[in-house]
Design a protein around this ligand. Sequence first.
Ligand SMILES: Nc1ncnc2c1ncn2[C@@H]1O[C@H](COP(=O)(O)OP(=O)(O)OP(=O)(O)O)[C@@H](O)[C@H]1O
Length: 259
Amino acid sequence: MAELAPRGIAFEDVRHHFSVGGAAVPALGPVDLRIEPGELVTIAGPSGCGKTTLLRLLAGFLSPSEGEVTVGGRPVDGPAAERGVVFQQPTLFPWLSVRRNVELGPRLRGVDGPARRDAARRYLDLVGLAEFADHRPYELSGGMQQRCQIARVLANEPDIVLMDEPFGALDALTRERLQDELLAIWRSTGRTILFITHSVDEAVFLGSRVLVMSPRPGRIVLDERAVFTDHGERVPAEEIRALPEYVELREEVRRAIAA
Ligand SMILES: Nc1ncnc2c1ncn2[C@@H]1O[C@H](COP(=O)(O)OP(=O)(O)OP(=O)(O)O)[C@@H](O)[C@H]1O
């Protein structure tokens, strides 16, 4: 097998089961997966197939029942700042301003005041919230709160960003805007991103690589390179979505999910 880049992610023969009423219920696996730094991997699959479980194993919130998850060759043995998680519902502290929410991670890591403020400014700017730095989270719309959460995670300078249906609760227009913003952030930061979605279109539009999982216990049944993110900067989203190869991959993903 080809050598994985130093900060690459590997799932090796990973299985996970949950104990329900004393019985082991298989939720995931076996999964063998290698992700190179800088990939934007989208993961789709039927409800309950184990997408979140896969993400939680990489986040270090769960340990696999069997097999091993490694980053840069080191086993994942708990959460770490190098792996940031963006949840479906923003997890912001309502009593802190937007800026202080974003500064919190760097503050906990002992980053000094000026550097913290710099990081907050840079990432709030990146997600288009610079003007709202002194607002409280509850003064923001759902989409803005989600952008704030993304800035908060990026301010920790994670190598890997794990996103669990981050745009699922947003209206269609906001969602499309955030998709474009995420691609811009990905291009400008070069982060590795794993992005779970229920939307076939979102998976194909965002992914540099698209994975589809089978029904529980989830295995990877489709693993395709997608090139549409390469067009993103030059070609409007609606033109990308009309490309024959885009439509074809969307159908392929849809069929894989339905199989
Ligand atoms: N803590 C738990 N205890 C018992 N079973 C669990 C637990 N967490 C998840 N499961 C089960 O494991 C399976 C996979 O769950 P998971 O949340 O990973 O799926 P998913 O693909 O993310 O689902 P969805 O798309 O609906 O969010 C499901 O059948 C779920 O009921």
